[in-house]
Design a protein around this ligand. Structure first.
Ligand SMILES: NC(=O)c1ccc[n+]([C@@H]2O[C@H](COP(=O)([O-])OP(=O)(O)OC[C@H]3O[C@@H](n4cnc5c(N)ncnc54)[C@H](O)[C@@H]3O)[C@@H](O)[C@H]2O)c1
Length: 387
């Protein structure tokens, strides 16, 4: 059984915790035939790192500088859970040092950077993966199976949205996510890329788009130690920082297969704690999904008799191998953390077998092309082509 030695970068953050847990957990559910992972290094520049990370992965080195992990001969896989603006430089250094790379989304700040990363990985024969885990819920494998079997015919329209309300309150504190230097594309690279990953997985490539990006609250109070999306009680002497990347976007797009897309996403949808939906309309049927029923697909087909037509609700269950690995009964719900466990297992298996699994940096490049096109379209106020 092959063991992959992993360094998790940004280990004290949300994703750092989830990824570390995922490596340790996946063998319990998904077995070890695809290899195992050992977290050998946790990288974090937070001052409490040594105290907080000591128990997370037995025997792991606690490092402050990501360069030390990249140059460490005992590390096979660099797992990047750092703020967006660092992804490109860290991934590039890791690939050049001969490491496999698993990078949180967005893969890079621009499509040109993503192209460079995908090219280096291809040239060096390294495994890559972008952290678009939502799509790894088995319910979306079912959607893809239905589409590929032709059960909804030719796809003509894709509608999707993803909204949160962490910045709905104008007093929600400033954080790196609102800083155009640390997160250059804001919500487009953040929530937008999740929607784009569904588009790429279920419909295909995008050839052109038009995007209206917007900022709702232009300045936010800087309140250290506040939770994501918390409201601040102003004392009157706090600093304020400018929000320098988009809070939301409304996008129209065209796909290579002729389908049209209508997508909206934001971080300002007050009351929407987490809303993620898609609807896919074809010439013979349609599919619809919402995160509120995260393991449920709604399927309509013209093959049903007239008078009996309507959406049927399909709860993915243990007949799906991946779902069955976690739960013996349907509708017990596989949630967010399970998709990360599935993703980590796939990353490890792709390294031990040498067979990459979507979304690699190649797919990450196309998703970055969509992000670039959204930013350019909003800047120039016109449709933008993607080659
Ligand atoms: N796939 C998903 O569903 C998903 C969800 C959330 C976040 N993300 C992505 O994951 C990445 C991390 O997001 P998060 O929510 O975990 O952020 P976070 O702020 O919770 O964590 C980032 C961590 O990196 C550390 N850090 C920052 N700069 C560093 C440096 N130079 N060296 C070492 N450590 C450093 C911070 O101290 C922090 O602990 C982002 O790119 C984000 O877009 C993906």
């Amino acid at each position: 059984m092959a063991e992959v030695r992993v360094a998790v970068l940004g280990a004290m953050g949300w994703m750092g915790k989830v990824h570390t847990m995922a490596y340790q957990t996946f063998p319990h559910f998904l077995g070890t035939s695809g290899g195992t992972a050992r977290v050998v290094a946790l990288v974090e520049d937070h001052p409490n790192a040594a105290a907080e990370l000591g128990f997370r992965a037995q025997g792991a080195k606690i490092l402050r500088d990501w360069r030390d992990a990249v140059q460490d001969a005992d590390v096979d896989l660099i797992d990047i859970c750092l703020p967006d603006s660092l992804h490109y430089q860290v991934a590039k250094a890791a690939l050049l040092a001969g490491k496999h790379v698993y990078c949180e989304k967005p893969l890079a700040n621009t499509a040109a950077e993503a192209r460079e990363l995908a090219d280096i990985a291809a040239e060096k024969g390294l495994i890559t993966r972008v952290g678009h885990a939502f799509v790894r819920n088995p319910v979306h494998d079912l959607a893809k199976e239905i589409i590929e079997a032709g059960e909804i015919g030719e796809i003509k329209l894709f509608k999707a949205c993803q909204h949160v309300d962490m910045y709905g309150d104008p007093l929600a504190p400033y954080m790196w996510r609102a800083n155009g230097d640390l997160a250059p594309t804001g919500i487009v690279g953040d929530t937008g890329t999740h929607v784009f990953s569904f588009m790429n997985f279920l419909v295909g490539r995008v050839t052109s788009l038009m995007s209206d990006n917007y900022i709702v609250t232009t300045r936010r109070p800087v309140v250290s130690g506040s939770a994501l999306g918390a409201s601040s009680v102003l004392r009157g002497d706090e600093e304020w920082a400018d929000v320098t990347n988009p809070d939301g976007a409304n996008v129209l797009c065209k796909f290579a297969n002729g389908a049209r897309g209508l997508i909206d996403f934001s971080r300002i949808a007050t009351g929407r704690k987490f809303m993620q939906t898609y609807e896919i309309y074809g010439t013979k049927g349609s599919l619809s999904y919402t995160y509120d029923g995260v393991n449920r697909l709604r399927f309509y087909t013209n093959d049903d008799d007239i008078g009996r037509r309507g959406y049927r609700e399909i709860d993915v269950g243990p007949e799906n191998k991946t779902y069955g690995a976690f739960l013996p009964l349907p509708n017990f719900a596989l949630g967010y953390n399970e998709t990360k466990i599935i993703e980590a297992a796939e990353v490890i298996r792709s390294i031990t077998t040498g067979r990459p699994v979507w979304p690699t940096f190649e797919a990450g490049h196309h998703i970055c092309q969509i992000v670039d096109a959204c930013m350019d379209s909003a800047r120039f106020g016109r449709w933008v082509d993607i080659s």
